[in-house]
Design a protein around this ligand. Structure first.
Ligand code: NI
Ligand code: MN
Length: 227
């Protein structure tokens, strides 16, 4: 069965698999590109990569409404519990856990992670999903790092990479990331949400096609990619 992967703009995806809805970095309210309002989104699990507002987003509201299990690092979990969330599952970098729908491992990310009120949010992370025999790497917010090669050694079917520059990898480093990871497919994200991260995804896709064997899936917010 295909895994349905919907992009809600920026770094937010909904992965539907094995009867579970996995929502990643739900920045909907305040996201000018979000195709739906936050209260229209259902989730069984919400994964939060780091404490910045454009990733933490609507997590608390959606989790309270849906009773979704929130997966994040230990420091962010402690903060969620203080916001009144009870259904939380802390993990940390390098650690994987087998959920009923599959496995997720937290990967390193080179970035920051303070929470909106200034609370220390631990280290930011990316996510490596093992679902229905497929491997999906969502790098979340990060600069280029050589250990992406180690992640690529696992055999990545789909890599989701930021290309926006300024806060994360830009197009050139994201192209180098594709060369390190060697994924089957790549989806560029974290661009054009704000003026400082304006990029041309078509130009980037052309370079990836020229210089790597990865297939680029260019999405518009609201589009569904089937893996
Ligand atoms: Ni960030
Ligand atoms: Mn961000």
């Amino acid at each position: 069965m295909a895994i349905n992967i919907t992009w809600f703009g920026h770094a937010c995806f909904l992965i539907e698999t094995n009867g579970a809805k996995l929502l990643i970095d739900p920045f909907i309210t305040g996201n000018p590109l979000a195709p739906v309002p936050a209260d229209a989104i259902e989730a069984d699990y919400i994964l939060v990569s780091h404490g910045h507002g454009d990733h933490l987003g609507d997590t608390v509201d959606i989790a309270k409404r849906t009773n979704a299990t929130v997966i994040s690092n230990f420091e962010i979990q402690n903060w969620f519990v203080k916001q009144g969330l009870e259904n939380v599952h802390p993990q940390h970098i390098g650690g994987g856990f087998n959920y009923p729908w599959g496995r997720v491992k937290l990967t390193i990310a080179q970035h920051g992670s303070a929470l909106p009120d200034g609370t220390y949010g631990g280290n930011p992370c990316g996510f490596l999903f093992y679902i229905e025999g497929k491997k999906i790497y969502h790098a979340c917010d990060t600069g280029l790092f050589f250990d992406m090669k180690l992640i690529g050694e696992e055999g990545i079917d789909l890599a989701i990479l930021p290309i926006g520059d300024n806060f994360t990898m830009g197009p050139d480093d994201a192209l180098r990331a594709v060369k390190l990871i060697e994924p089957g497919y790549v989806i560029p994200i974290h661009y054009n949400t704000f003026d400082v991260i304006k990029q041309d995804p078509n130009a980037w896709a052309d370079k990836v096609k020229e210089e790597t064997s990865a297939k680029v899936a260019l999405m518009k917010p609201g589009d569904v990619f089937k893996l």
